[in-house]
Design a protein around this ligand. Structure first.
Ligand code: 6CS
Ligand code: FE
Length: 281
């Protein structure tokens, strides 16, 4: 039986070992080996990326320089290859395991982090946006990221504070107004740029980093990185001559579907149609 009223997911593909699950819950992130995704699936995905980055429309967000692509949102809705990969047991099955629920994609994006020009992401927790803007009641979501290039110490890897997800949403300051360079943009742009709208208190970041350290998972294209919506993370600008493109898919449990909100964000940022994914291979 499937459907939102169904109990918990029936037995199905379980790509993660018990040890991997424990690591994820302890650290708030988990890097899977590069061969987790079948090579043909990865090759198809990599081939689809230029077309996605060339999409015209509000779902494409530029860097402050107004020419370099920063992100393209919602490719699971517009691109058949990403749509298929989003349903694969390798990814959606792993999300289902971690959330212990049927899942659907709340948000997807390609973050390009272009060679020379890709800008930073300041320290943040993802969940604050999904709670406050999209009406999602619990932090029962998981980011599943596929590296589309090699990620190394030079091209702006995501950096985590292990264990920081266990403290829930941290205190900070919600800034008003639009970030520099985006003054004329729509309101929803404020949480998607190099300047975070919600600034987590630096004293908390320092304390958690002193306790947990910093880790930046690296690996070849095809590596899969999963991370918790409350884990503190950031990344530096990409000064290297190598792109650092990633596909990120945010899976939510169907029992955690968004409640209605005033001013809902566009559907390319926040899915409103909740249909549990039927896993494919
Ligand atoms: O606004 C959002 O939904 C998002 N913003 C950030 C900074 N991270 C995660 C999420 O995609
Ligand atoms: Fe984030």
């Amino acid at each position: 039986m499937t459907g939102i009223d169904a109990a918990r997911p029936s037995a199905g593909p379980a790509p993660l070992t018990a040890e991997m699950e424990a690591d994820y819950h302890r650290d708030g992130f988990l890097l899977l080996p590069a061969d987790h995704l079948p090579a043909d699936l990865l090759a198809e995905l990599v081939a689809a990326v230029p077309g996605i980055l060339a999409q015209q429309g509000p779902q494409r967000v530029l860097e402050r320089d107004a020419v370099t692509v920063r992100s393209v949102y919602g490719p699971h809705r517009t691109d058949p290859v990403v749509a298929r990969i989003s349903r694969s047991a390798h990814l959606a099955g792993a999300a289902r395991q971690l959330l212990d629920d049927e899942v659907y994609v709340h948000q997807s994006k390609i973050n390009l982090k272009a060679a020379f020009a890709g800008d930073q992401w300041e320290w943040h927790q993802d969940y604050i946006n999904w709670r406050d803007r999209d009406g999602i009641a619990r932090a029962d979501l998981v980011n599943v990221t596929v590296f589309l290039n090699e990620v190394n110490e030079f091209n702006g890897p995501l950096t985590f504070i292990p264990g920081s997800h266990r403290y829930g949403l941290l205190d900070g300051t919600d800034t008003d107004g639009m970030p520099v360079g985006y003054e004329d943009g729509p309101n929803w742009m404020a949480t998607l740029t190099a300047t975070e709208k919600f600034q987590v208190d630096r004293s908390a970041i320092r304390r958690l980093a002193e306790q947990g350290g910093l880790v930046n998972p690296k690996g070849p294209a095809g590596s899969v990185l999963m991370f918790h919506p409350n884990v503190l993370h950031a990344s530096s600008p990409n000064l290297s001559p190598f792109d650092r493109a990633m596909l990120l898919m945010v899976y939510n449990g169907v029992h955690n579907a968004p409640r209605p909100v005033d001013n809902p964000r566009p559907e390319f940022l926040a899915e409103r149609e909740i249909a549990p994914i039927a896993l494919s291979v």
